[in-house]
Design a protein around this ligand. Structure first.
Ligand code: UDP
Length: 369
């Protein structure tokens, strides 16, 4: 006899949503996490009244009404709109690429003038873009590519833009309007009181064990649950028997500063190759904080080695095919389902992670959210 209907491995958004719905459906659930806190990479910790995003900036945005309604059941969202600033050689440019950016770069005023310059610069790309460099030049021209894309992207991913998939840059909007909203989505905001509080609400009444490794638990209690929802890295589950999937990692350096307003905006991107960090986050601006002090975090991209936090999957052809082989293998694990950003080896935004969790919930629990 198993002790639980479900063991959920990982207390991030996917695990918390699944556990919440399983409990609501009358199932017994245990959630475990190897870390000493819930909320996975959206974890926030309060410092001097400021919610500090411990694993990098998380701005919730979605166009899926069911996902937006769902998160609003567990938190009230503020009206933050992400409008990062890019800094290149001492000059600030608005992001994403829009009329403010074009105007600062070329002195143009109208959309037609901006379009004309970009059209001229994209002439060098004569066929369908096959890599990030070609894709970026064809979207915004060479000047912006050189200043705002190349250095940032190459330090972020540790690879030449010619060796990166075009899909990465398609995440960013390009607009011929004076609109600095980083996202095109219908809904956007930050949970008031922090993401940890939101995930706490999702996990209310659910048994959670922190500092708990899946392998250790299963070694002690092989029959602990009928089914396992595994949100850790899929290759780790199989003890890397087909080889290791690759990731990109990050290192964060956080400082409390005795000043009220350090950079005037939540996110400043540092687009020069020579500056070792990609961005500085000033957390209070995510929630319009007016504290006399401030907390900033420098984000440094890092090569990933086994044991490091796997932040970004490297969805290139080689890793994708290895992942597919793990998927084949996983089909033999009848009672284990792989989910989440790590279990699915996907560069998910939070809303996409939740939408995938909803599919899983429907499949497992026959509940449609
Ligand atoms: N990017 C860029 N310049 C910037 C910001 C982003 O070239 O100032 C590119 C870069 O290739 C990056 C991609 O856009 O990997 C996606 O950026 P996003 O901010 O969405 O990444 P995330 O927040 O997920 O790290």
């Amino acid at each position: 006899m198993s002790s639980y209907d479900y063991l959920v491995v990982g207390a991030g958004l996917t695990g918390a949503a699944f556990a919440h719905e399983a409990k609501a459906a009358g199932k017994s659930v245990l959630v475990i996490d190897r870390r000493d806190h819930i909320a996975g990479n959206v974890y926030t910790r309060e410092v001097e009244g400021i919610q500090v995003h411990q694993y990098g900036a998380h701005i919730f945005h979605t166009s899926m009404k069911n996902v937006w309604d769902y998160v609003n059941r567990f938190a009230e969202f503020n009206n933050y709109i992400n409008s990062p600033v890019a800094l290149y050689k001492g000059v600030t440019y608005n992001m994403p690429f829009n009329m403010n950016t074009f105007s600062k770069m070329w002195g143009v005023v109208t959309p037609a003038q901006a379009q004309e310059i970009i059209d001229a610069q994209r002439q060098e790309i004569t066929s369908q873009p096959t890599n990030l460099e070609e894709q970026a030049i064809s979207l915004v021209g060479r000047d912006i590519y050189e200043a705002l894309v190349k250095g940032y992207t190459e330090k972020q991913w540790g690879r030449d833009c010619k060796d990166l998939p075009a899909s990465i840059i398609k995440r960013l909007p390009v607009r011929f309007t004076y609109d600095n909203n980083y996202f095109n989505d219908r809904y956007q905001g930050i949970p008031i009181g922090g993401y940890t509080k939101m995930v706490e609400a999702m996990l209310e009444g659910v048994e959670v064990r922190l500092n708990c490794e899946y392998r250790d638990l299963i070694a002690q209690e092989p029959q602990i649950a009928d089914r396992v929802i595994y949100c850790g890295p899929i290759d780790a589950y199989f003890e890397y028997k087909l080889g290791r999937l690759e990731y990109r990692s990050l290192r964060f350096e956080t400082e409390l500063l005795a000043e009220q307003n350090h950079q005037g905006v939540a996110v400043v991107n540092y687009n020069e190759r020579e500056v070792p960090w990609t961005r500085i986050i000033e957390h209070k601006h995510f929630e319009f904080g007016i504290q006399p002090v401030t907390v900033i975090t420098r984000e440094y991209p890092a090569d990933w080695a086994p044991g490091d936090e796997p932040y970004y999957p490297l969805n290139d052809a080689k890793n994708e095919s290895l992942y597919q082989r793990y998927v084949e293998l996983s089909k033999q694990e009848g009672s284990v389902v792989f989910a989440g950003r790590l279990g699915g080896y996907k560069y998910y935004d939070m809303d996409k992670a939740l939408a995938a969790a909803f599919d899983l919930i429907e499949q497992e629990l026959q509940v449609r959210l």
